[in-house]
Structures are given as structure tokens and as C-alpha cells.
Write a protein that binds this ligand. Structure first.
Ligand SMILES: Nc1ncnc2c1ncn2[C@@H]1O[C@H](COP(=O)(O)OP(=O)(O)OP(=O)(O)O)[C@@H](O)[C@H]1O
Ligand SMILES: [Mg+2]
Length: 287
């Protein structure tokens, strides 16, 4: 299958340390003229964009712009009304989340999804599919293999917690974590498998500045050291400015503009789109 709009979103500069030279890279994700309607309401209304391999791409826009809906369509949670999505040149439109998961496309949720009565380590160990212990027959006839797999998973989970600097929370019940720690756990879930592209939905919402920096550090390290491509929805412009290049701005279901954070902050249409919201004032003040 061919990829049509592959060069539709390639303005890039080098202010994000992790993304130097991103404009010459190939597209990891391409979205072509995507629509998602809820009854007569067009939540995503003809969005086209591309996310470069190896980039940390920011996705901003006022409340209700369609950002989460776009993520949900890309990640297979919602079927598009029309339009197409490609990953590394292959069409993935409408594929179910588990299929995308096996291709290395992962997403986190605007509201963290943890198993609250399980420990942090156990939450991470739940992530990879296809473990031998999942079938009753294996539980009876191959207990040694299951124990070996569980040990390997526990070790992997501990490495992830160490990477995220929350190893001291391994035995804590996930329900007892703070909002920010739950967001870190969400990020940790993407590290239990070989992710290629990770979609983060408001990973900084309700998170204190120190934890937000930890999350930002982890994203940059995953990008630089493990080659993860990220698409990051976030309302915190400082966080976006630190991490993301390029930045894409959506409003009313469409892509309004793309460029460096400075270009976006000075874009008339972007400023207009934020009019009447608190964020508009922040964008204007920062510009
Ligand atoms: N399942 C649904 N049924 C009907 N309308 C929906 C549904 N999901 C989202 N919407 C509407 O679609 C629009 C876009 O919502 P979406 O959650 O994608 O926006 P967003 O850009 O993520 O906003 P925020 O920054 O507040 O998270 C909103 O007006 C929302 O009310
Ligand atoms: Mg949202």
C-alpha cells in the first residue's frame, strides 16, 4: 500500500535536542484527511498530518479541538468515519489496538488506567501479551516455564522502574500512587514491550513540576537511547517547548498549523483559535 501525504508535515528546526535532523527522516505515522463524526458532530474534521520517525512531536489545541479523538482513531480505539492512517508506510486504518500494540504502536490515556489493587511491579508485568501462564493447560503442565517467564518479567519491570526513578515504589499498591506517579507508571507500561511510536495524552496533567521534569527526562531518554518516536498532547506550553519539535496545533477537528514552538506561538491562526480560553492568554504572553 502506498503512502500519500508523506511530506505534508515536515517543517522542522533543531531546538529540541533529541530531534536534530528530524526533517530528513521518514514518516512513522501519516494521517490523511481523517474524519470522525459523532452523530452530526465532527470531532475530527479532515485532519492530515505526519509524525517523523525519531521525533517528539507535540499536539496542542484548545479544549475540544479533537486531539484525544484523533489519538483514539490512530490507536484503533475508535473507527474513523473516513480517512486513512499509515504506520511506516503500511496502512493501519481501523486495526484493533492489540494488533497495533504488536506493531509497537502504544498510547497512554488522558486519565491513567492502573489496576489499583495490584502493586506497581505487577501492573507492569501485566503488559506483555502471550505469556505461557495465561492458559490453564500451561499452568498445569509447564509450571517451570511460567516461573522463568515471571522472573524475567519481574526483572524487566524493575529495570523500567529504575529507569523512571521510581524503583522505591515497586511493591506499593498502584491505587496509592499520586497522580504524577500514575502517569509515570503509564509511561513505564510502554517500556515493557518494544515500542516504536508512543502517543501520550496529557501526561503532565495534574502533575507537580518535579515529577513533570522526571517524565520529560524519561521521554527524552527513551527518544535518544531507544529510538522511540513520540506524539505528545499537552496543554503545558513549557513542557511542549522543552520536548517537542515540531509542534502541531489543532482546532475544531482540523490541523491549523505546524512548526517550531516559536513559529506556533506567533501564528495568527493559533492565537485566534485560543481566543476566549485561558490558554490563549498564555500563548500570547509567552510569544
Ligand atoms: N464519544 C463521543 N461522543 C460525542 N462527542 C464526543 C465524543 N468524544 C468526544 N466528543 C466531542 O468531540 C470533541 C473533541 O473532543 P476531544 O476529547 O477529542 O478533544 P480534545 O482536543 O482532546 O480536548 P481536551 O484538550 O479538553 O482533552 C469535543 O467537543 C467532545 O465533546
Ligand atoms: Mg483530550
Amino acid at each position: 500500500m502506498t503512502q500519500g501525504a508523506s511530506n505534508s508535515a515536515s517543517k522542522s528546526a533543531t531546538n529540541g535536542a533529541a530531534n536534530v535532523g528530524a526533517s530528513s527522516r521518514r514518516d512513522m505515522i501519516v494521517v490523511e484527511d481523517l474524519h470522525k463524526h459523532f452523530g452530526g458532530f465532527h470531532a475530527v474534521d479532515g485532519a492530515s498530518l505526519a509524525i517523523k520517525e525519531g521525533s517528539i512531536t507535540g499536539l496542542i489545541g484548545p479544549n475540544g479541538a479533537g486531539k484525544t479523538t484523533l489519538f483514539n482513531v490512530i490507536a484503533g480505539v475508535l473507527k474513523p468515519t473516513s480517512g486513512r492512517v499509515f504506520m511506516a508506510g503500511e496502512e493501519i486504518t481501523g486495526l484493533p489496538p492489540h494488533d497495533l500494540f504488536h506493531r509497537g504502536l502504544l498510547r497512554t490515556f488522558q486519565i491513567a488506567h492502573e489496576f489499583s489493587s495490584m502493586t506497581v511491579r505487577e501492573n507492569l508485568m501485566m503488559v506483555p501479551g502471550g505469556q505461557s501462564g495465561e492458559t490453564l493447560l500451561n499452568a498445569w503442565f509447564a509450571p517451570a516455564r511460567i516461573r522463568a517467564e515471571e522472573r524475567a518479567l519481574a526483572q524487566k519491570a524493575d529495570e523500567v522502574l529504575d529507569f523512571l526513578t521510581i524503583d522505591h515504589l515497586a511493591d506499593e499498591k498502584a491505587g496509592n500512587l499520586s497522580g504524577g506517579q500514575k502517569k509515570l507508571l503509564e509511561l513505564g507500561r510502554t517500556m515493557m514491550v518494544d515500542a516504536r511510536v508512543v502517543f501520550l495524552d496529557e501526561v503532565g496533567a495534574g502533575v507537580n513540576r518535579t515529577l513533570l521534569n522526571t517524565i520529560g527526562d524519561a521521554i527524552i531518554r527513551l527518544n535518544k537511547e531507544r529510538g522511540y518516536t513520540f506524539c505528545v498532547i499537552e496543554h503545558d506550553m513549557d513542557f511542549i517547548a522543552r520536548l517537542c519539535d515540531p509542534v502541531i496545533c489543532m482546532a475544531e477537528g482540523k490541523v491549523l498549523a505546524q512548526g517550531t514552538i516559536d513559529e506556533i506561538k506567533n501564528n495568527e491562526q493559533v492565537i485566534e483559535a485560543y481566543l476566549g480560553t485561558g490558554l490563549k492568554n498564555k500563548v500570547v504572553a509567552d510569544a
